[in-house]
Write a protein that binds this ligand. Sequence first.
Ligand code: ADP
Ligand code: ZN
Length: 734
Amino acid sequence: MSLSKSAARDALKQYFGYSEFRLAQERVVERTLEGRCSLVIMPTGGGKSICYQLPGVLLDGLTIVVSPLIALMQDQVSALLANGIEAAALNSACEFEQEQSVMRLAETGGLKLLYVSPERAVSAGFLSWAGRLNVSQIAIDEAHCVSMWGNDFRPEYTQLRRLLALFPGVPTAALTATADGATRHDILQQLALPDCEVFLSSFERKNIKVEVLPAQNRIKVMLKFLGARSKESGIVYCLSRKSTEQTAQKLRQAGYAAAHYHAALPADERRRVQESFQKDETQVVCATIAFGMGIDKPNIRWVIHYNLPKNIESYYQEIGRAGRDGDAAEALLFAGYSDMRTLKQFIDNGDGSEQFKGVQDSKLQRMWDYTQSTSCRTNFILGYFGEHREARCGHCDNCLHPPVTFDGSVLAQKALSACYRLKQEVGLNLMVDVLRGSTSQEVLRRGFDQLSTYGVGRDVDWKSWRHYITQLIDRGFLAIDFTRHNAIVLTELSRAVLRGETFVELCEPQEADFKSKALQEDEIALPDNVLLQALKALRKQIAEREESKAYSVFSDASLKDMALKKPGSIEAFMGVSGVGTFKADKYSDEFLAAIASHVPQEQRQMTSDVEIKKVTRAKSKPPANDFLLGKLSTTHLATYELYEQGSSASDIAAERGLSRQTIEGHLFRLHLNQRQIDVSELIDSEQISYIQDLWRALDQPLRIKVVHAESDGSVSYEQIRYAVCLLSVSGSVI
Ligand code: ADP
Ligand code: ZN
C-alpha cells in the first residue's frame, strides 16, 4: 500500500489533530508505508510515537509495539483511544479476562495497535499466537534497551529477532532517544533490520529554557520562581532523601501542594505520590533521582536541580522530563561548589576500579564546567554528545541575557590579598565585611580594622563582592576549606594573580528575573488567559467524568491554541492543534459553548485555513461504547472506604478534592460491581425508567452524550450511565 504525501498529512490532521509533521516524522511514515525499515533517533518529546502510530492507523492489519514500561504503555493506549483509534496492551498488569478479550479483538481485526512488553513479545506462547495474525508493522520503542552499553539494558530485547523473523517483509521501526554512536551501532546489529535507514534528529530540546544560578538562598529563589508559576507542575531534584523531605515541607508551608519522593519510601506511598502528581493534584514533587523511570507526565512545565547533578547525561535526562508535550518548559539548576565536593566523595568512596572512578570524576568536572560556562549552554550539551554547531540556541540564560564581563584583575587582587592578610582563616561573609570596612563587632574585636586591606573594597556593594568571590572560587583562584569552617584559602593559582601576572575576567552579577522568562501562559493577554483557565476547568471536569487523564482530553498546547484562536464554529474548532475528527465530534459542543460564554461573537473565529480531508482507513470498528460496565480501580476503592465509614457523597467529594459528580459516578459503579451502596439518594426508580425508555427510543446509542442532549439535561451523565448499565447487569440487552 502506498499513500501519497498529502494523504499522510491529511491523516495526521484527521486522527491526531496536527497540521504539520515534525522533524523526520513524515519521512519515516512514508518509508513504513512503502514497507521499509527505519531506525529513528529523536529527543524526548520530539514525537516518536506518531512515526509508527500514523502508519499503524493507515496500514491494513495490526501494528505490534514493543515497549518496556507499563506506565508508558498504558498512557499511549489511552491517548490513542481518546483519538478514536483502537489500541490495547498486553503486559503483566493485565488480568486474565482482560487479556483474553484483547487477544480476541486482535484476532478479529478489531485492533490497530497492540502494545506488548518485551518479555511477552519473545515468549513462546505469544510468538505462536502472533504468527497467526495479520501483522502490518512492528515498532520497537526504547530500542536502546537492546544495547548492553546503555543504562537500561533489557536482555529480552536481544531476542526480539525471533519476533521479527516471524514477519519477514513487514516494515519495522526501531525508536530511541539515546544518541551515542555505540548504542546506535548495537541496535542495527542486534535487530538486523534489512535495508534500514537511520533518521538522526538534533538533540536540542528547543522548548526548554535552561538557566543556571549560584546555589544561594535557594528556597527564596525557588519561591520567587514558583510565584509566577503557581499552577504549573514541576520536579525539584535533590541529592539526599532528607533534603527532599525538608524542601517539600518548606514549599508546603508556603502554600504549595508539594510532596517528597525517594527510594526509601514504602512502595504504595511512592505510587500514591506518582498518581497524585500525574493527576495534577500534587503540583511539585521534591525527589531524588529515583523519581524518573516510568513518569510519563507530558505537562511537567519545569525541573529544578536543587543540587548539582553527577554528570551531563543525568542532567539532560532529568530536564528532559519537562515539556514532553512540546509546550514551553524551563530547567533551573543551582550550582554550588559544596555539592561538587559531596559528589566527589561519593565517587571516591564508591565501588569500582580506579579507571572507572577517573571517568566519573572527569564527567563531574564537565558538569561543573557547564555551570560555569558563559557561552551557549545548549551548545555545550550538544557538543558533549558529539553534535557540534556554531549558532547559538536562543533559549538558554547565556543566549537570552549574555553575561557582561570585565577585567576583574584588581578586584581579584584585593580579595586574594585580604584572604592572605586574614591568614586564610575566615569565611566568605567576614571577608566581605573586611573588604568593605565594616565596623561590626567581630571585625573590631578581632582587630581586622588594623589590616592593610581593611576597607579597600568599599566601592563595591556587599552582594556584588559575594558574587565576585564566588566566581574566583569557581575559577580556582581561591578555595573553600570545608574542614575549617569553610574558611577561604589561597590556591596554587593565587600567586600569579597577586603578582599581577594573570588577567582575571569577571562577570557582572545578574538578578534572576523570572518574570521576563515566565511561561507563555503568563504572556497570554489577560482576557485570553481567563478563557484559558475556563477551558482548563472544563477539561478537568470532562476528565473526571470520563475517568481519564486531563491531557488525554486535550494537551496544554491544544488549550492554549484554542484560547488564542477562539473558534466559534465546528470548522474553526477543527483548526486547533491537536483536534482531530474524533475529538472534534466528541468535545466540540462543550468547548464551543465555553468559548461562546466568554468571547463575544465578533471576536470568535468562524473559519479555518486548515483543510480537513477524510482519509478512509483500511478497517474500522464501531465507536467506543460509553455504557460498558467499568471495573473498579483504586480511586473507586478509596471512595468506598470513606463511604463505609459513613461519609456522604458531598463529604467524600470534599475530602478527596473531587467533584460531587465524580463521586456519584464512583458510587454508581461500586453498586454495579456488587458493593453495598444505597443509591436511592442519587437516583429514583422514575428516573431510571425515564432514562431506559429514552435510551431505547433513541435506538440504543453507544454514547451518553446523545441521551443527555435529548433529556435536556434533566438527568446527569452519571445517572444515565448507571441506568443503562443496569439493563446489562440484570441480564438483558447490550
Ligand atoms: P517522544 O516519544 O519522542 O518523547 P511523543 O511521541 O510522546 O514524543 O510526542 C511528544 C508530544 O508532541 C506529544 O504531546 C505529541 O502529541 C506531540 N506531537 C507529536 N507530533 C506532533 C506534530 N507533528 N505536531 C504537533 N505536536 C506533535
Ligand atoms: Zn544558548
